[in-house]
Design a protein around this ligand. Structure first.
Ligand code: GLN
Length: 324
């Protein structure tokens, strides 16, 4: 058990961070997937799950929303688990693009998508899972995500349909990769699998537990179930660090300094290696598709808890040490 006095410091800290940003009116909800425009812009939640499985939450941490791009690191982990790194990297690179998440860009020499955090690379990873499991692939993804969250997760039918009806850009990326044999047939089924995986419903609390599983090198701290191999977690966190925030990844590395992944429904995960997972949710997004309030909260928490991977003052680390 951690130190109760220090635990309440952590609660007070996330509560004051929440209070500081909850009335921030910056950003707007995604509308290119029509169903997402219906999100309540006032929702805001912060959840922390330590690598020992202790939870701290404030705000709307039980409100369900679709996982969207936060699915990408976990499907990458699934592909690594099925095929191993060497084969997986025949279908995706590990280089940051500095481009938007949905950029129509493949590596010029290899024709591979640049990394598994942008849409092209994520579709390629879903395609690999499909190659192994065919029609059962979605159930494999859903049950793996459920194990990561320590809760049975479901898909949101209306968001799935909305994205399926409007996701022509993602279809274009998939056919571009079909043209160079990065993915094989059946293309439509593989994009469909990607749309379904993005439509799995989670809460900020679920995201914190999923992130804590990465922080705990692949073993869910609540259930003790090992979901990813430690070596594969290293791959996942490395690409999250360099590519997880798209064209904001560099500035994020400076200001927060931990692996992270955002999604267009307003979710965000951040992983403090060996220490804790953070799950945040607030629908209004900035120009790059990242949650405005969630980013501000992470910058503050990183500062106050000394979370940055290259922290030199170690300020606040005694708080986290109470759990370790
Ligand atoms: N499903 C969304 C898309 O493919 C995911 C994008 C995101 O969350 N950044 O466009």
């Amino acid at each position: 058990m951690g130190n109760p006095a220090r635990e309440s410091i952590l609660d007070a800290l996330i509560e004051s961070t929440f209070a500081r940003h909850t009335s921030d009116q910056g950003g707007s909800t995604a509308d290119y997937i029509p169903e997402l425009a219906k999100a309540n812009p006032d929702h805001f939640g912060i959840a922390l799950a330590t690598a020992k499985g202790q939870l701290h939450t404030v705000g709307d941490t039980q409100v369900p929303f679709t996982i969207q791009s936060i699915s990408k690191p976990f499907t990458f982990g699934l592909a690594l688990g099925i095929y191993g790194p060497a084969h997986t990297y025949r279908h995706v690179g590990a280089e940051p693009t500095g481009d938007a998440f949905n950029a129509i860009v493949l590596d010029e020499d290899s024709n591979k998508p640049c990394n598994p955090m942008v849409n092209a690379g994520a579709i390629s990873m879903s395609a690999l899972v499909y190659d192994e499991y065919g029609e059962d692939a979605f159930e494999v993804i859903r049950s793996t995500f459920s194990s990561l969250a320590a809760r049975d997760l479901e898909m949101d039918e209306s968001v799935y349909r909305s994205e399926k009806e409007t996701g022509h850009r993602n279809r274009a990326l998939a056919y571009l990769m079909r043209n160079t044999n990065i993915i094989g047939d059946p293309v439509e089924e593989k994009v469909d699998l990607y749309f379904r995986q993005c439509s799995i419903l989670v809460t900020a609390r679920d995201l914190a537990v999923m992130a804590a599983t990465l922080a705990n090198v692949g073993t869910n701290p609540l259930t003790g179930e090992q979901i990813f191999e430690p070596l594969h977690v290293r791959h996942i966190l490395a690409v999250m660090f360099t590519c997880g925030m798209y064209d904001y990844a560099g500035r994020w590395a400076v200001d927060v300094g931990v692996p992270a992944k955002s999604g267009v429904s307003g979710g965000l995960i951040a992983v403090v290696n060996r220490q804790m997972g953070m799950g945040l949710f607030s629908p209004p997004l900035d120009q790059r598709g990242n949650s405005v309030r969630s980013i501000k909260a992470c910058i503050d928490l990183a500062e106050e808890l000394g979370l940055h991977a290259f922290e030199f003052t170690n300020a606040g680390s005694s708080v986290l040490n109470a759990y370790l």
